[in-house]
Ligand binder design. Structure first.
Ligand SMILES: Nc1ncnc2c1ncn2[C@@H]1O[C@H](COP(=O)(O)OP(=O)(O)OP(=O)(O)O)[C@@H](O)[C@H]1O
Ligand SMILES: [Mg+2]
Length: 410
C-alpha cells in the first residue's frame, strides 16, 4: 500500500487507495477533518512537538516553546540548514520529519498497517531563490526518517488533474490551476476516460505566489498605520522626520514578526527612536505585537477577513491584544488592487501556457487550492478560456486524492 501526501505550505492531507477507490484519511484526531494545518509547536516545557491545530492552540496558551508554519517556502534555501529550537539545533529535515511522523502515525492507525511507501506532492518551484533539488532531498530524507522506505514525488497540479479522471467521458484538455498558501502551480493534461489511451502531460509551470502573499498585502496596505507607519519622530525642537518604516514592516509577515522578538539590533534601534516618536502609543502597539508574540495571531485575524471576502463584498478585520485594538473595514475591490502585482504574475503564467502550447481554449479548467476561492481568479480564467467548463470541487483535498489515483506513475 502507498500513501499520497500533500505536504502543503498551509495545510497537509493524505490519502490511500484501498484497491477499489481512493480514500482520504482524517488527519486530525479531533473530528473528521481531512486537512491538518502545516504548523509545529515545539513545547519547551513538555519537550514534545505538537502538530496541526494542537500546535496553534499551544501557541495561544502561553506555553513556552517555538512555533512554526509555512516552512515549505524556505526548505530549498541553501543558506539555512535549520534553526535553534528550545536550545537544540534542528535541521529542516528534522522539522519536516516531525510532521511526516505525526501524519504517518495517524494514517497507519487508520488503515491498520505500517505503510512504508509514500508519494508526495511537489510544487513546480518551491521558492524564487532556493533549490528544488535541495527541498526534495530534505523532504525525502524526512520521509525516510519517519519510516518510509519508498518515496517519490509528483507535481501537485498533475495530481489534482487526475482527481478528475473518473469524470471525463471523452478525450479532454484540462488546465489545472492550483493557488495555495505558498505557490501557484499550473498544468495542462490531455486526459482520457479510464481504460483508454495514456494521458499526455502537455505543460507544467508555477510561480511563487500564494495566499501568504495576499494576506501580507492586506497587512501592508491596511494595518501598518496602527503601528506607527507614516507617523513622525521629533529629532529637534523644530524637526520632524518620518518614523523609520523598516522598523515596522517586519510585522507584515508572521515569521519576521517572530524573528524580530529575538533580534537584539532591532530591539536597540526601536528603543533608541521610540522616545522621539510623536505617536508613542503606536510604537507601544508595535512592541506589544512583537514582544507579546502576537504576529501569528494578527496574521490569522487578517486571514479570516481575507477568506470572508471570497463570499462577501466587504468585511472587517478585528483584532485586540492589550492596548492594540483593530477594527478596519476591508473591501473586496481594494483587496483586488492590493494583490494585483501577484495576480499579474499568475496571469502571465497563463499567457505562457497559451504561448508555449499553442492552445487557445481547453475543455475543463480545474481550480484547486484554498486561494482559488478568491472570486477574481474565476474572472481571470474566464477571460482566457471562455468555453471551458469550470470544475471547483474539493479545492483543498484534490491534490492528495489524485496522488493516490491507482493508474498513475510519475
Ligand atoms: N475562502 C478563501 N478565500 C481566500 N483564500 C482562502 C480561502 N480559504 C483558504 N484560503 C487561503 O488558501 C491558502 C491555503 O490553501 P491550500 O491549503 O490549498 O494551500 P497549501 O496546499 O497548504 O499550499 P501550497 O500548495 O502553496 O504549498 C491560505 O493562504 C488561505 O488563507
Ligand atoms: Mg497545495
Amino acid at each position: 500500500m502507498r500513501y499520497g501526501l500533500d505536504f502543503g505550505t498551509s495545510n497537509s492531507s493524505m490519502s490511500f487507495n484501498d484497491g477499489e477507490e481512493v480514500v482520504m484519511i482524517p488527519l486530525e484526531s479531533s473530528g473528521e477533518r481531512l486537512t491538518l494545518p502545516s504548523a509545529w509547536f515545539f513545547d519547551d516545557e513538555q519537550k514534545i512537538c505538537h502538530i496541526g491545530r494542537s500546535a496553534i492552540r499551544k501557541l495561544g496558551s502561553g506555553t513556552r516553546g517555538r512555533y512554526m508554519q509555512s516552512i515549505k517556502r524556505f526548505i530549498g534555501d541553501k543558506s539555512i540548514e535549520g534553526t535553534n529550537v528550545n536550545g537544540k539545533f534542528m535541521t529542516f529535515k528534522d522539522i519536516i520529519g516531525a510532521l511526516i511522523s505525526d501524519v504517518k502515525h495517524t494514517a497507519d492507525q487508520f488503515v491498520g498497517q505500517d505503510v512504508r511507501s509514500v508519494r508526495i506532492g511537489m510544487p513546480f518551484k518551491f521558492s524564487s531563490s532556493g533549490s528544488n533539488e535541495l527541498a526534495l532531498e530534505r523532504i525525502a530524507g524526512a520521509a525516510h526518517d519517519a519510516g518510509f522506505e519508498e518515496v517519490d514525488f509528483m507535481l501537485e497540479p498533475l495530481a489534482a488533474t487526475y482527481a478528475l479522471k473518473s469524470s471525463v467521458t471523452s478525450r479532454s484538455k484540462v488546465l489545472t490551476l492550483d493557488i495555495g498558501g505558498g505557490t501557484t502551480d499550473l498544468s495542462v493534461v490531455e486526459l482520457y476516460p479510464e481504460g483508454q489511451n495514456e494521458d499526455r502531460v502537455l505543460y507544467s509551470s508555477g510561480v511563487v505566489v500564494g495566499g501568504d502573499d495576499f494576506t501580507s498585502e492586506i497587512m501592508r496596505n491596511k494595518l501598518l498605520h496602527y503601528f506607527g507607519y507614516g507617523s513622525m519622530i521629533k529629532t529637534g525642537p523644530e524637526t520632524l522626520i518620518p518614523f523609520p518604516s523598516n522598523l515596522i514592516t517586519g510585522i507584515t509577515h508572521w515569521y519576521s514578526a517572530l524573528r524580530l522578538a529575538r533580534d537584539k539590533t532591532f530591539r536597540n534601534s526601536l528603543s533608541s527612536v521610540k522616545h522621539m516618536a510623536v505617536d508613542k502609543e503606536k510604537i507601544e502597539a508595535l512592541e506589544a505585537i512583537i514582544y507579546g508574540k502576537q504576529g501569528v495571531k494578527l496574521f490569522e485575524a487578517v486571514e479570516i477577513a481575507k477568506k470572508e471576502l471570497s463570499d462577501d463584498p466587504d468585511t472587517a478585520i478585528l483584532f485586540s491584544f492589550e492596548q492594540v485594538d483593530i477594527y478596519e473595514i476591508l473591501r473586496r475591490t481594494e483587496f483586488e488592487q492590493f494583490i494585483s502585482p501577484h495576480v499579474d504574475k499568475i496571469n502571465d503564467a497563463i499567457l505562457d501556457v497559451k504561448r508555449q502550447t499553442g492552445i487557445d481554449d481547453v475543455d475543463y479548467v480545474m481550480l484547486v487550492g484554498g486561494s482559488s476561492q478568491i472570486p477574481l481568479f474565476r474572472r481571470v480564467l474566464n477571460s482566457h478560456f471562455s468555453s471551458a467548463e469550470l470544475v471547483e470541487n474539493n479545492q483543498v483535498t484534490s491534490v492528495a486524492y489524485g496522488l493516490s489515483h491507482a493508474e498513475y506513475q510519475v
